[in-house]
Design a protein around this ligand. Structure first.
Ligand code: RNT
Ligand code: ZN
Length: 419
């Protein structure tokens, strides 16, 4: 499409939205300020660089053996750069502790900021932020399914040390990069079969977390988050860190509660939780993901739930207190394409939501005019939002529509297939 056509389309779309008081120019300015935290682990099937041959454990699973996975930090960064060159806006990278970049042979209870210096230098050069996650899986000390809630104090202490050190790394990211680094705690702890004692592991988890968080770190640099889960592979009957556990924990300890779209019952959605959670917490972390029948972590597509998440964030004015992270891993398709599809969709869903005449819709709802509410929300689905998106991509210097795929194919041929 020529520049002129893009512009024409945009003007036409602009007029359509203006009729309902939505200024598309303002929307695009706001959209450019929203950062998505793109998870590094899609690039190498959640292997990391600490012990990449260690089996992936913790009840999560990656299927597929598409060629081209990153095997070194340099390769992973090159792949991330390629993906970001095809995604409009400036964003963040979400690292896991196991993605150290050092020649030192260290364990998880020995990590220090210096082991991530190269990531920081790269993020500075690229103008990216960095988020972080301690890694409580794929390690001999988590082999029996328990970490921070382990009955053995020695094992718990190993993981507590890891958690404390991870916070220091996140604070270092925040300080160096001048933007808050969200540090997300997720532990896989749970039982395959029905436990007798559901309480004691939860009490141990609570106490371990309290120990990790005992030191106050400057919230300007890092914010801790806690992520709940319903079940995992091999932890089908009971997960220690359940939703109720972390709702209670996060709110009483002033931590961000992390909602992962795949961590609830199959018909339960996180979009409907955002408004309630926002009333009681200072901040929210999202793991935008796509569960298919279970917590399968499929690539995010433009489905109803993604759009509903976008709408809830916009309608309730929650973008300012919500950190939007992605969490999916698919090894059956090109991994750079997976990032581009999931991240572009997430931004696009936010744009769609921001183009909605929210004030007007709230007003007619208050007046009890549910007929107009339904009629208009249905008609709005056909409004020319794609013209606004195309214009935005062009303005942000990234490929318009499916043109990005050509770039990924070239990169696959010239780089990924040569690994
Ligand atoms: C697992 C959680 C967690 C992980 C990452 C790799 O169920 O969703 O967020 O996916 O830490
Ligand atoms: Zn998650």
């Amino acid at each position: 499409m020529s520049n002129e056509q893009l512009q024409q389309q945009y003007e036409w779309a602009k007029a359509a939205y203006a009729k309902y008081g939505v200024n598309t120019d303002d929307v695009l300015k706001k959209l450019a300020d929203i950062k998505i935290s793109m998870h590094c682990w899609q690039g190498d099937d959640v292997a990391g660089f600490m012990n990449p041959d260690q089996e992936l454990t913790g009840g999560i699973s990656v299927t597929g053996n598409y060629p081209g996975a990153a095997h070194t930090p340099e390769q992973l960064r090159a792949d991330l750069e390629k993906a970001f060159s095809l995604i409009p806006g400036k964003h963040k990278v979400n690292l896991h502790a196991m993605y150290i970049d050092t020649d030192e042979k260290i364990d998880l209870d020995e990590i220090e900021p210096k082991h991530y210096e190269k990531w920081v230098a790269w993020a500075k050069e690229q103008g990216l932020g960095l988020d972080f996650n301690p890694t409580f899986f794929s390690h001999p000390n988590s082999e029996d399914g328990f970490t921070l809630s382990h009955p053995d104090k020695k094992i718990r202490d190993f993981w507590i040390e890891h958690g404390k050190r991870a916070r220091k790394v996140a604070a270092y990211f925040g300080e160096e990069l001048g933007q808050t680094s969200v540090n997300n705690f997720w532990v896989p702890d749970g039982f395959k079969d029905n436990p007798i004692d559901r309480l004691a592991p939860r009490k141990r988890l609570m106490e371990s977390l309290d120990e990790i968080f005992a030191e106050d770190l400057d919230k300007k640099y890092t914010l801790d988050a806690v992520e709940s889960k319903l079940f995992g592979l091999g932890a089908e009957a009971y997960t220690v860190g359940s939703h109720e556990f972390y709702m209670g924990y996060g709110i009483t300890r002033n931590k961000l509660v992390c909602l992962d779209a795949g961590h609830f019952h199959p018909t339960e959605v996180i979009s409907n939780k955002l408004s309630s959670l926002s009333l009681f917490s200072d901040g929210i972390l999202l793991h935008v993901s796509r569960p298919v029948r279970w917590d399968s972590d499929h690539v995010v597509i433009m489905d109803d739930e993604l759009q509903e998440i976008g709408r809830e964030l916009v309608r309730n004015d929650l973008l300012g207190k919500t950190n939007i992270g992605l969490d999916f891993f698919d090894a059956t398709i090109n991994r750079v394409a997976a990032w581009v599809i999931g991240t572009r969709n997430t931004i696009k869903a936010l744009l769609k939501a921001m183009l909605e005449p929210t004030e007007y819709l709230k007003k007619i709802e208050l007046e009890g005019d549910y007929t107009t509410r339904l009629a208009l929300t249905e008609e709005l689905k056909d409004f020319p939002f794609a013209a606004v998106w195309d214009y935005y991509c062009e303005a942000q210097n990234v490929p318009v529509r499916e043109a990005w795929l050509e770039e990924v194919k070239k990169y696959e041929e010239n780089t990924l297939l040569k690994r």
